[in-house]
Write a protein that binds this ligand. Structure first.
Ligand SMILES: *Cc1c(COP(=O)(O)O)cnc(C)c1O
Length: 233
């Protein structure tokens, strides 16, 4: 029964975009801790882009999904922290890596991207204001990282991804979204083909859209609360 939730979320995104006079953002369905059957159900309802936090969990789910008949072609995004020793698997299993946050990953992902596949789409994850998080590059490191990515033919720099600090009052997250938008504009000054600003989740996607998100990552509002545990490697 996920189709009504998908419809409702799409409606919410469209309304937020309309209110902000912006194009409707892409919807990434965050499938962490959800079974393959739930992914298949959303796919049948028309959703194509899915996000996973763990490389192993994505691999297991993709294997299960491959046994289903009539599954449409899906687009997989890694949205969880990428350990260097998982770069090889990530370069094979995903169409997008949204969490590239250090130069060490650039060559590893490029080297392991299969030659018969399109270049791997990547977003630079920027630590926009959450000092408690170890993940994401410093805003000042974005430019050098972008240059390193742009120099790799097997990678395609598509933009930025941010996760603001989880202030309880979601209005308090707005300044971080606005800063991310400014950084994204700076990135586009040097890399005009960068077209994706990934920010906003179930509870704060309307604010993220108002501040310029072109992609929102939504889990709970689509699938309901996560009851299972995500796979920890
Ligand atoms: C879990 C997760 C989401 C989705 O969060 P919800 O609150 O369930 O919508 C989005 N982005 C990242 C990076 C996540 O880990």
């Amino acid at each position: 029964m996920l189709a009504p939730a998908l419809h409702e979320v799409r409606q919410r995104l469209a309304n937020a975009a309309l209110a902000a006079r912006r194009p409707a953002p892409q919807l990434l369905a965050v499938a962490k801790a959800q079974p393959a059957t739930a992914v298949a159900e959303l796919a049948a309802a028309g959703q194509r882009a899915f996000g996973e936090n763990y490389v192993q969990e994505a691999a297991a789910k993709q294997t299960q999904l491959a046994t289903l008949p009539d599954l449409p072609e899906l687009e997989w995004h890694l949205i969880g922290h990428l350990q260097s020793n998982k770069a090889r698997d990530a370069a094979v299993l995903f169409d997008w890596v949204q969490t590239l946050d250090r130069t060490g990953l650039v060559a590893a992902l490029a080297r392991h991207r299969p030659a018969d596949r399109a270049p791997l789409n990547v977003l630079i994850q920027v630590n926009i204001d959450d000092e408690t998080s170890k993940h994401g590059c410093e805003p000042g490191a974005m430019t050098a990282l972008a240059q390193a990515i742009a120099a790799e033919p097997r990678l395609r720099l598509r933009g930025l991804m941010v996760i603001p600090a989880p202030h309880a009052d979601i209005e308090d997250r707005r300044p971080a979204f606005a800063r991310a938008r400014a950084l994204f504009e700076a990135l586009r000054g040097q890399h005009p083909h960068a077209d994706t600003l990934s920010m906003g989740m179930s509870d704060d996607c309307a604010i993220a859209i108002a501040e310029g998100a072109t992609m929102v990552r939504v889990g709970t509002a689509l699938f309901g609360a996560r009851t299972g545990k995500p796979h920890h490697p």
